[in-house]
Write a protein that binds this ligand. Sequence first.
Ligand SMILES: *[C@@H]1O[C@H](CO)[C@@H](O)[C@H](O)[C@H]1NC(C)=O
Ligand SMILES: *[C@@H]1O[C@H](CO)[C@@H](O)[C@H](O)[C@H]1NC(C)=O
Ligand SMILES: *[C@@H]1O[C@H](CO)[C@@H](O)[C@H](O)[C@H]1NC(C)=O
Ligand SMILES: *[C@@H]1O[C@H](CO)[C@@H](O)[C@H](O)[C@H]1NC(C)=O
Ligand SMILES: *[C@@H]1O[C@H](CO)[C@@H](O)[C@H](O)[C@H]1NC(C)=O
Length: 513
Amino acid sequence: MLPCLVVAAVISCGSAISAVGNANHIFNAIHSSMRQWGSSLYHNGMSFFLASVPAGTQLYHGGPSPDHVIGTEWLAFEPEHAILFARMPPMGSQPGVPGRGPHKGPPPGHGGPGGPGRQKPLLLEPPEDEEPRSSGWLQTYVPVRDLRLLYIDGMSAGKTSNGTLDSQNRILVNDTVHDDQIMNEFARAREFCRLSHEVWNDRLDGVIRMEAGFEIILCEFERDLHLLHEVEVQANKGGIPRHLPRPGKDHNKTMHEIVPDSGPWIKAITARYHGIGGNRVKVNYDHFVTAFTYELDIFGGQSKNLRPRLDHLDTSQLEPIRQDLKALILGHDTNEPSFDWQSVTDMVVERYAHTLKSLVSANITANMKQLHDDLKKVVDPFFDFGGRNITAEAERCATQFIPFNAPIESVAARAVRSIADSVCFTLLEAFDEPNYDTAVAKIQDLVDYLAWTTWKECRGCADNEVCVIPIWPMGIWEDWESPTCRDMRNPQADGVEYWGRVFVPGPTEHDDS
Ligand SMILES: *[C@@H]1O[C@H](CO)[C@@H](O)[C@H](O)[C@H]1NC(C)=O
Ligand SMILES: *[C@@H]1O[C@H](CO)[C@@H](O)[C@H](O)[C@H]1NC(C)=O
Ligand SMILES: *[C@@H]1O[C@H](CO)[C@@H](O)[C@H](O)[C@H]1NC(C)=O
Ligand SMILES: *[C@@H]1O[C@H](CO)[C@@H](O)[C@H](O)[C@H]1NC(C)=O
Ligand SMILES: *[C@@H]1O[C@H](CO)[C@@H](O)[C@H](O)[C@H]1NC(C)=O
């Protein structure tokens, strides 16, 4: 395959950089980190990053009570995301919560891991006979010091059976939360906080994940947060998901059927398509753990499969990743200085995404002369008037966006360099290629290999539209294949549900303890 040849060619030409497998996927993971767009497209995250959120960052929590939360709960980066949970029905008593009977878990009001005995709001349904609450509270919290977090990439808060939970279930919590408990958020949160406390020397305060918006699960609200202010909000107004998965009732429904009106917070969420913004999260790219580097068959033998899975692997195959994750957490502080490789991926993508696409678009480059002229313009700055040397040219081109003193041995460094090498070498080879079809095929292979997220983005959505891609629990297959601009009041089009149907276990079918 072309990219391997490219890598091999560069190595054989004496480069000091050693190759890294899955460089395209690692490059895309770095490029998409903390971005709603790319993390929705490549929703099965395979990586864990250390991250910190600065003291003073405003974070939002929605719930039934005005009191300062004690224990483990959820925070959103956007108030439109949190307010949904302020408007939810009561969450105190909860007969029939999937996987968790009323007798299980800590009793309401108790602190510690698991907090006040509540589960993630999206999972809950009030008993049929209970009066709906008329109001709830939207609270604004600020961390009293920098939060030390583990960022689980992809759409890791998406409660699906499609692989969005693989890295958490199989690596982070080491198979202690079972496959048929995909909705069992409480168990995952509790296990994370237990690990942090008992195994990782209290070195982490919580996790960052993404669904329709980024969120933090924080283990000890009372220790880490100052309650800045709060407002009372009316319950069940503004397209609130009133009906949530109910055991026995929502079996074999789509999440979209269960949560019918998901429009209101869409605009706020899509504003973060290209980054969480405001330096609210700092990610360490120098040291991270990714399943992409372990030579595992995570694509089921199909190299072009863009939805990697970990569910089929034996636990022993995953143990090295678990050990490396533990070493990462114990060996590095979340606030240690690190090089911003995401900014380099941005420069590469912004420079070449449109160029590569236009080169393979037959209407623009219809013949060899035209293609050759277009390629010349791209590679010209790297030619030496004194004589051609493709190795030296590729090197000048590939190192263009990488600072001279950047670290070169890390996984990120090698993946980014490998992608830059692939782009530059392919462009130079295509320039030297006399046959039009062969030249275009080389570039097309490169485009397929790179699979940059920008190529799926809509162009020119109107002010009242958003570029729609499946974000759990919404979405149809067509919008993953080719996302389109849709009216934000009605973002869900008709089609085959992307996330399929929900398996809601009955209340007696499981025991999460
Ligand atoms: C689930 O519902 C769909 C649509 O109503 C139906 O076609 C399908 O047979 C159902 N599957 C099961 C297992 O009940
Ligand atoms: C994961 O679980 C297995 C089986 O219980 C155990 O042998 C292994 O040590 C655990 N790994 C970690 C990192 O805790
Ligand atoms: C190429 O041009 C033809 C005729 O001008 C047009 O019908 C076709 O849609 C164009 N294809 C693309 C991919 O732009
Ligand atoms: C081409 O460039 C490479 C890298 O700079 C160098 O090692 C090699 O000697 C050059 N080849 C020729 C024929 O000059
Ligand atoms: C997700 O899983 C459901 C249930 O198996 C399936 O119907 C749906 O097609 C899957 N979607 C993707 C993206 O794999």
